[in-house]
Design a protein around this ligand. Structure first.
Ligand SMILES: [Zn+2]
Length: 118
């Protein structure tokens, strides 16, 4: 590996670390101050919940709009209709799940020809 290549790699790592530190501290900051507790967030559910407005059951891992204080879970169509929850934002967890989604395809979606025969 040449010097320039190594230098580029080192620079990329530096940028990555900086980005991680920044997002981590912003998250810590907002948790400490509680400023994000009363906001609505689009997030994948950790457990099965039902919408507080239409009682639609949202399965575990499905998208829901969530507010921590006072605790409330809405389905996405309801959240878009309500004035207070309309301005919801995607959570970090939701963005991470979406970014990772194409790589975590269920086995059923691969073409039959892709499978290696033993
Ligand atoms: Zn609903």
């Amino acid at each position: 590996m040449g010097f320039r290549q190594r230098e580029r790699k080192r620079e990329r790592k530096r940028q990555e670390r900086k980005r991680e530190a920044a997002s981590g501290s912003a998250q810590r900051q907002s948790r400490r101050s509680g400023s994000s507790a009363e906001k609505w967030w689009l997030t994948p559910l950790r457990s099965k919940q039902c919408c507080a407005r239409c009682a639609l059951v949202i399965r575990e891992g499905g998208d829901a709009v969530y507010r921590h204080t006072p605790r409330e879970v809405l389905c996405v169509p309801c959240a878009e209709q309500r004035e207070d929850s309309k301005g919801y934002r995607p959570s970090m967890r939701w963005e991470a799940a979406r970014a990772g989604a194409p790589r975590r395809q269920p086995p059923g979606l691969t073409a039959p020809g892709d499978r290696l025969t033993p």
